[in-house]
Design a protein around this ligand. Structure first.
Ligand code: S3P
Ligand code: PEP
Length: 442
């Protein structure tokens, strides 16, 4: 990573135009490497996200003896070692900035015969891990953490796991997936019940790799003792990365942008519905299936937005898109209220606080609440904001700069490389004026 001091400048821009394909889906890329590594045979992954988060996951499996070839950018050929073929890593596994990597690996590693240690960067080291430790301990896992349930995690191998029925206290695909991954190795049946359905990539991908699993909205059930069979995976473009362009083109007058091959799993597309409720003009063109997932091209045209009460039922389906939604709300006419989104406070940053500070610095009237915010739309002005090292806040604040009265500087943007390498190039290609501060100023 290129140092946390990276500052961007974003300037007001004219209409955004063009067709772009954002990089591969992060959630699917993490899981594709994991299941391919544990499968019997060789799997070919196309469209893999070349982000720091997913590369860290691939590195973790290389450390555990899995051969992973990279024939070209965003391609991986994974030589699976079978469910019991991983070997003890010689050193700690560094998950970088990735909550997904750490929580899913915690489930998987708690079932191995060897000990392991999971570490992360400064942000990940502040994120709650009790949510996975607790159900995994019930299955018989032995995991110790720092005070407060924080990383690093020390996982004591050689435990016999047993299946459990687990009702998740919070809607979390990461916790669900950690339990299901441990369940692959457990005796008996493992069942997970969610308070609200979350992204079901683990369930779908287990089925694609040949593991018997029953799942429906909010519920998944599997038994241990089967095998995973290598399969090829095609990763669609990441809706969460497309989100910045959906908002940008919606708020910059005259814009007309096409985002191609975007994954449209309904557990990810809450922002599409929220923006449409606000008056956005977004159509799905050429809907089709790619690698078992619904995909489509999203055509977004400028349309004046109005404030809404974001339906609470949409929250889990747009959990990573709130920083972008906050910007849409700040540029809309009227008031937007977000509730039921307390999870935003335990992401890469406290996303409610970081976006509140950032948008207030640009003149937005915004009131933080425990589980959301009240955002008054209006005109933004030039100013300085800090992303607090959070990739999604950095890109969202860059979008805000497009409609501010003058240049906006955004501090601490290096972590954009965790989920969206090449953001600046794609942004420039459709007409955004965002760049590294020195380059824009010079
Ligand atoms: O399972 C996944 O791939 C993810 C689940 C979500 O986290 P939670 O499970 O904490 O809601 C999301 O915020 C994250 O970016 C990716
Ligand atoms: C929350 C996110 O990811 P993770 O939990 O994997 O760090 C995200 O990408 O917005």
């Amino acid at each position: 990573m290129s140092g946390s001091s990276l500052t961007w400048t974003s300037e007001p821009a004219g209409p955004l135009q063009g067709a772009i394909r954002v990089p591969g889906d992060k959630s699917i890329s993490h899981r594709a490497v994991m299941f391919a590594a544990l499968a019997d045979g060789v799997s070919h992954i196309r469209g893999f996200l070349e982000g720091e988060d997913t590369r860290a996951t691939a590195r973790a499996f290389s450390q555990m003896g899995v051969r992973i070839d990279r024939p070209s950018d965003s391609e991986r050929i994974v030589h699976g070692v079978g469910l019991h073929g991983l070997s003890a890593p010689a050193s700690a596994i560094d998950c970088g900035n990735a909550g997904t990597g750490m929580r899913l690996l915690a489930g998987l590693l708690s079932a191995q015969s060897f000990d392991s240690r999971l570490v992360g960067d400064e942000s990940l080291s502040r994120r709650p891990m009790r949510r996975v430790i607790e159900p995994l301990a019930r299955m018989g896992a032995r995991i110790s953490a720092e005070e407060g349930g924080l990383p690093p995690l020390r996982i004591h191998g050689g435990q016999r796991l047993r299946g459990i029925e687990y009702a998740l206290p919070v809607a979390s695909a990461q916790v669900k997936s950690a339990v299901l991954l441990a369940g692959l190795y457990a005796s008996g049946e493992t069942q997970v019940i969610e308070p609200h359905p979350t992204r079901d990539y683990t369930e779908r991908m287990l089925a694609a790799f040949g593991w018997p699993i029953t799942f429906s909205e909010g519920h998944a059930r599997l038994s241990g003792g089967h095998r995973l069979q290598a399969t090829d995976v095609v990763v669609p473009a990441d809706f969460s990365s497309a989100a910045f362009f959906l908002v940008a083109a919606s708020i910059v007058p005259g814009s007309d942008v096409l985002l191609t091959d975007v994954g449209l799993n309904p557990r990810r597309t809450g922002l599409l519905e929220a923006l449409r409720l606000m008056g956005a003009s977004i159509s799905v063109e050429n809907p089709r299936t790619l690698g078992g997932e619904s995909v489509g091209d999203l055509r977004v045209r400028y349309s004046p937005l109005r404030g809404i009460d974001v339906p609470v039922a949409l929250v889990p389906d747009m959990i990573d898109e709130f920083p972008a939604l906050f910007v849409a709300a700040a540029a809309a006419r009227g008031t937007t209220r977000v509730t039921g989104a307390a999870e935003l406070r335990v992401k890469e940053s406290d996303r409610i606080a970081v976006m509140a500070r950032g948008l207030r610095a640009l003149g937005c009237a915004l009131t933080e609440t425990d589980d959301g915010a009240i955002i008054e739309g209006g005109r933004l002005h030039a100013g300085s904001a800090d992303s607090a090292g959070d990739h999604r806040c950095a890109m969202s604040l860059a979008v805000a700069g497009l409609v501010a009265g003058g240049p906006v500087t955004i501090a601490d943007c290096a972590n954009v490389a965790t989920s969206f390498p090449g953001f600046l190039e794609l942004a420039a290609r459709c007409g955004m004026r965002v760049g590294e501060a020195a380059a824009v100023a010079g």
